[in-house]
Every structure is written in structure tokens, then in C-alpha cells.
Design a protein around this ligand. Sequence first.
Ligand code: SF4
Length: 336
Amino acid sequence: MVKMYRCRYLAHGLYIHYDCFRHCHLSIHSPNERNNNYIIPYTGPKDKVDWKRVFEIKNKLVKEMREGNIPAFCQGCHWIEEFDENSSEQFNSDLDNYLDMLWIGHSNECNANCIYCFSYQEILEHRTIKGYDIFPLFKELLEKKIYNLEKNPGAHISFAMGEPTILKKFDDIIKIFEKYGNKFFALYTNGIHYSKMTQKVLENPNVEIKVVISLDAGTKEVFKKVKKVDKFNDVCNNIKKYAQAAKKANPIDLGVKYIIIPNINDTKEEIDKWFDLCVNKLGVKYLIADVEEKWFVRQNGEVPEYVKELLRYIRKRSIDAGIEFEFYDRALVLNL
Ligand code: SF4
């Protein structure tokens, strides 16, 4: 039986970066492989996109991956799926030329300075990237059905760099995709700025938005160490309001995360305070745990037992309390 491999994002994903297109958002997580996870340059509406070229590049990699020749930037990625030549599903549509997953990462403007930020290197090298007008690109993607909601009604928009809710056109971005029938959004926000649009979408049972706020602390002091801004109370107030909004449609559309950062927030006491605050005071119904990415990479993925224990502890407390729970990227690959 010949083993074959695929990744839905290699086939149909597009990460819109500030100076290029990439296959997926994991280019941000793996700085060493960032240059390989690259499709074509793109710096704004003045650049005409050669979509034929984009799909030629994707198709070549999809075919190579199927045969077991996995691109360097994909190696070890948890999104790779395995199938074999006798499987009933052969994923032939992976070679169709359309997109169904967009990550919006054309700007890294933010109102916090999180010590683990994926945009940090970008900020160091380029400072704040204000981003170009992304609307002409969205219009082209939607009008020409390159982003194709007919081929995949589950097509997905994700905001993947900087703080999305402070983008000048944040509301318009949601509106244009909604207008074309897009139902799935993922929003990773620090929760400092309250967004009425986010509240509206959370309340709407016909749109599925996953809003994730990484609080990473149960106290003001630890929050400040992680985010480098004194906004703990604002974030807690906003989480509470978003939780109330989510309750009107789907309470688990709002998730709150704890990223364990060794020597900063790696204690049971802090986790207990975070857990009790989220569950008992703010009304959160979905919790997420992860490990800090840059530290994880420096450790070559060798995570000490006490960190694994803390991750298991968060999961256990969540399950015991009947709270929806998930491990994210780094914690997920630890197979706890
Ligand atoms: S396998 Fe992983 S790194 Fe490769 S395209 Fe898919 S999501 Fe990106």
C-alpha cells in the first residue's frame, strides 16, 4: 500500500503577507522556513497578480507532497494528512485552482507588545507595517471566484497578524465577505480594543466566528509582564461582554487562551487565578492552552515535564468543569 500525503492549505490556502503571498500562516511560526513558504511577491494593489502562476506553484507542491516529497517548510506540520492509493477519497480537488482559506496578514499594527508575538521579528526588521489597501485584492478574489464559496461553502477567513480590530477597515472586511455569503471567520485579538462588529458577529447565529483572546494571566501583574501594557482590566471587561454576546448564538465561539511562558506565568497559582476568573467571573465556555512558540523552538521541542503537567492540569480543570477545551499548535504536537 503506497502512502500518500496532503495538506488542504497547500492546495487551497493563501496567506496575504505585507510583501508576498505564502501558502499558509505557519510561515509566521517557523522563521527559518519563512523564505521557502513563499508563492509570489505582492506589495499592494499596484501589483497585478498572475493567478495562473500562483496555482502552478501550488499544484507542483501538491503533486510532490502526494508522492511523499514533503516541502521543507511543511515537515513536521500537524496539518499533513496521510492516505493511501486504495482510500475511497483521493482528494483530487486538491489540484483544482481555487482558494478556500485566506489569512490576512498585510499589517502588523498593534496596541500591545506581547513578548511572544509572531510579528515581533517583522516589527524588529520593519517596525510597524501599516499595510496596503487590501480591498482591491478582496474584490478580485471574490468577483473572479478565486476565493470560491461555491466549491467550498466552508471557506474561511482568518486574521493572522497585528491586532485586527484596530484595522481601519476591519468592519468593512467582515461586511464584504459576509455579503458574498462567507460564513466562517477566525479572529485572534488581544481584546484591548472593544469591537462592536465582533460583538455583532458573535450574536449572529448564521455566521460562525471563532474569537480567540490570549489572556495568559490571572493577575494584572503577570499580564503586564506578558503584554507590556497595563490593560488587564480592559481585556477582562471586553471578554465578559464578548462572552455575553456569544451566549446569544454559540457560547463556544469565544475562546480564551493561556500560553505557558517559562519563568513568566508557569505556575499553578497563576493558572488557577486565570481559570477561576475566566470561568466563574467572565462567563467563558471555551479554553485553550499552548506553549510559547519561540521558547519551544529554542528548546528544539524538548518540553520539561513540569510544563507538560501544567498543560494537562488546564485540560483536567476544564474537563472537570464541563468547559470546552483545546490544545493549540505547540501543545498539540506534544500529544499529551
Ligand atoms: S503542511 Fe503545514 S506548513 Fe505545509 S502548507 Fe500545510 S499548513 Fe502550511
